[in-house]
Design a protein around this ligand. Structure first.
Ligand code: CUO
Length: 680
């Protein structure tokens, strides 16, 4: 992974070991150096690479080494799926390593790192290996391109032990003349973008079927992105912006422009911008082997709506499949995305993925200007672009249309007989009650792993992000029955809409963002439950989002390493809460204790598996999704008749606490990778 455009035989890793590759593996331009190379690195550790007969790589090689790579371009995706399949098919670990070293100097580095990461995550003999986080391998996908010229200068002149972190400016993509820039700190957050990249790495839509076909993956596609939208709209409210408008009319210009100012170190190009009010066009690009019309998108959209309204879809053999209460959303997720699990690609097409492409190529739909795609085409960078949310608001609306057709939850279904939530409050570290406190923090990330051809040694970039004071929930529950288990579900929503007016429940339910979900043992009579914000079921700590697989990595074979491994997938802890506002932003904090016997999934308790702590958005590896309820429960349906407000929705096992999010415009001290805490 290190220094992805530098040849494979150059020193890698913290101990500067080198791969000792068979001479046949050297690409033509390096072959004359063969003897010189073995002398040049005579003193360093050599990792022997076995010579194998190389499988047919024609398809992966068809993507140019200096091209950009996008998972949303079908051709690129097919190429990646093929490479993943080849990596997965290598019979032994040695063969896999050998092929990877052969590929590295020949294939496109973005393609190579993506396919290698998916293969490592899913091969039984490598799945516990740590994968470096993408911001270290390709830092250019996450920060102002201007920093790299500075980084080269610094690392050439300043010895590694005297280098100071390079500061990424807070405002570098636009000014406040652009209203959307008010929430650039959220869209461009490194941790959020890393989470999104990792989510798509764990849930690819095209790869070997046994990799793609994970439990409820279509539903999770819906839910994880629905929650992104809810969080985004929440953040907009905090910044005096109205909720995001759906991209409904594909023929109208897209208001929101975006100028990413990111470099591609692989292609030595900048990522293209999209100007304000760009019109979408039919796409016809031979270079990407991609042709589709806006009309195709419209046709697929109409067919999906009509399937939702008829309550069934038609599979590729012409059979009618009901969109049932429990399975319908999963089927629709795979249709809409579309993943290879779609029930009928001819009929329902590839709406969401090609929506990304239409937006990403709006500036050069027929390759007239030899331009490549914009940031919205890459899961590592897509969330930076305001148009991402217009598209996903549209996609989410389609899912909601289906959800609106489902039976409403009855009081009997929602209640947990004999269990009452009698008290619910939030206590900040520091003692303040029923207030969330937010502010800015600076953190450092390592750049050197991704910086090719510069002197070695650590080089840090310092970025500014939102942070909050850690807090605990204190929950009082009375149980008038025998000892039993419950699932605590905690959500947060704005108290009013963007005009400051109270919201109807049917509106507010889509604004609830999940903060936590966990199982509790309830004794008869009174129970007091304490739960820390850092234990949230959707977040991962700073060290996992930005983990450095270098010196602070737990020892081989240790229990710590397993826990450290699987997923960078997980919402970053520092973004658990919306920003709020100076003087306080009023919210409603909701809690529900549901009956665990209706939530339980029939499998051995997966909570001790590695990285099971961000299960709400990411699931648990090699396990079923650990909550049997529909994702988003109890807010995933329209309310029963007669319920107009949140208070009317409540049953005795639920409770609402009014709470403020108070933002203070101050920046706290930097922290560095390996600094063990999300506490400040
Ligand atoms: Cu994650 Cu549209 O799916 O970006």
């Amino acid at each position: 992974f290190d220094r992805p455009t530098e040849p494979v035989f150059m020193p890698k890793g913290d101990n500067n070991s080198v791969f000792d590759v068979p001479s046949e593996y050297l690409v033509d331009e390096y072959r004359p150096l063969e003897n010189d190379l073995s002398n040049r690195f005579s003193g360093v550790e050599k990792i022997p690479v076995k010579k194998i007969s190389i499988p047919d790589l024609n398809i992966p090689l068809s993507l140019g080494r200096r091209e950009n790579f996008s998972l949303f371009i079908p051709r690129h995706n097919r190429i990646a799926a093929r490479l993943i399949s080849i990596f997965m098919g290598m019979r032994s670990l040695d063969d896999f390593i050998s092929l990877a070293t052969y590929c590295r100097d020949r294939l496109n580095p973005y393609l190579f790192v993506y396919a290698l990461s998916v293969a490592i995550l899913h091969r039984p003999d490598t799945k516990n290996l740590p994968i470096p986080t993408l911001n270290e391998v390709f830092p250019e996908k996450y920060m102002d391109g201007a920093i790299f010229a500075q980084a080269k200068e610094t690392s050439n002149i300043v010895p590694s032990n005297q280098r100071v972190p390079l500061v990424i400016p807070v405002d570098y993509t636009a000014t406040d003349l652009e209203l959307e820039h008010r929430i650039a700190y959220w869209r461009e957050d490194l941790g959020i973008n890393l989470h999104h990249w990792h989510w798509h790495l764990v849930y690819p839509f095209n790869a070997d079927r046994n990799i793609v076909d994970k439990d409820r993956r279509g539903e999770l596609f819906f839910y994880m992105h629905q929650q992104i939208m809810a969080r985004y709209n929440f953040e907009r409210f905090c910044n005096n912006l109205a909720r995001c408008k759906r991209l409904l009319n594909w023929r109208e210009p897209v208001e929101e422009g975006y100028f990413p100012k990111l470099d591609s170190l692989v292609s030595s190009r900048v990522w293209p911008p999209r100007f304000d009010n760009t019109k979408l066009s039919d796409i016809n690009r031979e270079v990407d082997q991609i042709t589709f019309d806006i009309q195709d998108l419209e046709r697929w959209r109409d067919r999906i709506f009509s399937a939702i309204h008829s309550g069934s879809v038609i599979d590729s053999s012409g059979n009618t499949i009901q969109l049932t209460e429990s399975r319908g959303i999963d089927i629709l997720g795979n249709i809409l995305e579309a993943s290879i699990l779609t029930i009928n690609r001819n009929l329902y097409g590839d709406l969401h993925n090609l929506g990304h492409v239409a937006l990403a190529l709006a500036h050069d739909p027929d390759h007239k200007h030899l331009e490549t795609f914009g940031v919205i085409a890459d899961p590592a960078t897509a969330m930076r672009d305001p148009a991402f949310y217009r598209l996903h608001a549209f996609v989410d609306d389609i899912f909601q249309e289906h959800k609106n057709t489902l039976p409403r939850y009855t009081v009997q279904q929602l209640d947990f007989t004999g269990v009452r939530v009698t008290g619910f409050e939030v206590i900040n570290d520091g003692g303040r009650k029923n207030v969330f406190q937010t502010f800015w923090q600076q953190s450092d990330v390592e750049l050197s792993r991704g910086m090719d051809f510069t002197p070695r040694g650590s080089l840090l970039a310092r970025f500014t992000h939102l942070q909050h004071t850690p807090f605990s929930y204190k929950i009082q529950v009375t149980n008038s029955g025998a000892a039993r288990q419950g699932t605590v579900r905690i959500f947060l929503a704005p108290a009013t809409d963007e005009r400051g007016l109270p919201m109807l429940f049917r509106d507010q339910k889509n604004m609830f963002v999940e903060l936590d979900k966990f199982t509790v043992n309830l004794r008869p009579s009174n129970n007091v439950i304490d739960r820390k914000s850092t234990d949230s079921s959707l977040t991962i700590p700073f060290e996992r989002t930005f983990r450095n697989i270098g010196s602070d990595r737990p020892a081989e074979g240790s229990a710590g390493l397993e826990a450290f491994n699987f997923c960078g997938c997980g919402w970053p802890q520092h973004m658990l809460l919306p920003k709020g506002a100076t003087g306080g932003f009023p919210c409603q904090l909701f809690i529900m204790v549901s009956d665990f016997k209706d939530d339980r999934v029939d499998q051995p308790d997966p909570s001790s598996k590695p990285c099971a702590d961000a299960a709400s958005f990411c699931g648990i590896r090699d396990s079923l999704y650990p909550d049997k309820r529909s994702m988003g429960y109890p807010f995933d349906r329209l309310p029963r008749d007669g319920v107009d407000t949140l208070n009317q929705f409540l049953t005795p096992n639920m409770r609402v606490q009014d709470i403020n999010i108070e933002f203070t415009n101050r920046t706290v001290r930097p922290r560095t990778p390996g600094m063990n805490s999300d506490t400040v």
